[in-house]
Ligand binder design. Sequence first.
Ligand code: SF4
Length: 374
Amino acid sequence: MEGLNNFIEVSSTLRNSYVDDWKKQGKKIIGYTCTYAPEEIIHAAGILPYRIRGVTCTGTSNADIYMGRFNCSFCRAVLELGITGAYDFLDGFCYLNGCDHIRRVYDNWVKIVKIPFHHFLPVPHVLTEDGFRFYMEQVEGFKKHVETHFGVKITDEKLRESIRVYNESRELLEKLYDLRARENPPITGAQSLSIVAASSAMPREDFNTILTSLLKELENSEGIRNYDARLMIVGSELDQPSLIEIIEGLGGLVVTDSLCFGTRQFKGLVSGEGDPLEAIAKRYYYHNPCPRMLREYPKKLGFVRELAVKARVDGVIFEKIAFCDPHGVDNVMISKELEEQDIPTLILERDYLISDVGRFKTRVQAFLERIMGG
Ligand code: SF4
């Protein structure tokens, strides 16, 4: 499956061949950190939106000078890559206040890494009409700042075209997850995560073309038969497949997720009605609530339960990076509720750079035995 290998290659590095081609054409790239970043605005400016990840990071000795070890290790990995030049291909950076940890990366990045264009786009932590009006103003401000700095005009027509391209991706990824809900899914959870991660590291038009033909292959494939349990994975920044590979190496098969490099990134279309900028802002502000959102617990629980039921999972694994408050709280609350509904759950805590593989294997193995009634 050439398309799948292409996505795995793109997602396993930072400066992939699409980025190189894009730069050779003299085009610009803006990095962003969170699923609340309105990608269509960057795309409509003729700029490549690039989701910041920690892949290729092997240690955080430089970042640890500026961020304490009680800070999220994903954030320290991202800062480390910035300090060591791995993100030198970026022409700009859009930061969002996903959490307090990622907000500190912004402060350090602006001060230490220095980048021609940087924009902080605050997102309210509550879903209210006032909150939406505030977010809409921020989105308008971001659009103006991109236009002024890069000397481009983002027209409604260009925004509508970007909405079309990104909605096409979302519909294709929905189809991919529908195939994963089959009795014999055509791909593993690790492969699926690589596809979603690749979607935000290459031009969407290329991504859509490759995924369209890959889906045709997957629809006709026999699928995976030798697995012991269907699993869902829920939690914080998981931008590379290593943890899922550990789980799938022990006989589990991850058939769905609630991850920000998964369903929380692509679910929810932008409406084609009315003002395109407002439609974009509405989709991003009101899309599946991330744990950072307060007072939205019933929606978050409903989102996880609905996906678990649809994919007919045997169990749910919650994972979080150490010191990640938003997921730390939600993981425990949702896990308790699912257990009360006889859906077995397991909560794992980790560092971004997974070191203690043995501990994970022991815990996952015991969880699989529990599911299989051992
Ligand atoms: S994993 Fe948690 S602490 Fe780290 S950036 Fe995401 S929300 Fe923040």
